[in-house]
Design a protein around this ligand. Sequence first.
Ligand SMILES: Cc1ncc(COP(=O)(O)O)c(C=O)c1O
Length: 370
Amino acid sequence: MALEKLVKPHILEIQPYKPGKPVEELERELGISGAIKIASNENPRGASPRALAAMREKLDEANRYPDGAMFELRAKLAATFGIDESQLTFGCGADEILELLAKSFLGPGDECVYAWPSFAMYPVVAKGMGATAVPVPLDKELNHDLPAMAAAVTDRTKMVIVCNPNNPTGTSFGAAAFDAFVKALPAELILVVDEVYWDFARRSDFPDTLACIRERPGTISVRSFSKLYGLAGLRIGYGISDPELADILDRARHPFNVSRLAEIAAVAALDDVEFVEETLSANAAGAEYLAKELTELGIGFWPTDTNFILARAGCDAYERLLHEGIIVRPLAGFGMADCVRITIGTADENERLVKGLRKLSEAAQAGGAA
Ligand SMILES: Cc1ncc(COP(=O)(O)O)c(C=O)c1O
């Protein structure tokens, strides 16, 4: 059947999202065991133990639909952030919040401005609604070029997305730059601040997006339980916005878009202070260790404000690390063929990566000397 005659043309413009290679696939391909994956910015410590225990206790309730209103999690998050419950929207991952935003606000003729390289789903959700994707290159230091993004706004722009800290670069922008950017934007557009990695940010001047939401309706912070809490497999994320925007997204979503177990896990994870503290301190130590080792190996990298690090390891680094049983994220698809994105792993994983990189660099030196 010639489906190209039936499909909406803008769907064919979308480049399908390429997820990181699964460990099992690499092990099958190479006939090895013990491969490690430090490619998808998951929590290397596993899932929050409190979340796991809470889910185990409630497994028997899998026959019941979830609470579509998300009563418990809504109340808990509202109390955590000192916001009104009506400001929250829940989704099947932060991905679904992005999808709901596109579904609600974008259509043919509309423009969506975002930085590039950044999260690969922005063009996917914008093009999926027939809107025009308007990528604005990062600056030389691979930071968001916020003035250039503001300048890219036209009277067709309905949505601007910034990602802070940015994926795949790990770079972040501070409050002064963000405030100037917000001031430069027209009031009548949706400002999406993707803060899926905000929990890891260490800079003291990290923007206060919740204050911005109070002052600028039409702003939303998009967050996730996938990273810090280790619940990526459960698929649960949320948006914080003004109630009017949340009400619009609520109309666009499916009634039971977040599973019962995901909600139970998220509620428990918020209380898992020990796990959160351990994760953050191990991540900070891992970032420091990798920065030191990469420097010693002479591999360029960008300062990271999150749980992964962008390194200029060479065009063949991805493939060659695979042969060492190490999966990192190749960035050729982002126009950075000589870079890889490395999730900060456990201490063992970080050491294994450094050993792998050292082997690559020794092989390159031996090749150069021959
Ligand atoms: C910047 C960014 N936004 C959104 C997401 C989606 O997060 P979730 O797992 O909650 O759908 C990711 C996932 O990696 C991401 O890196």
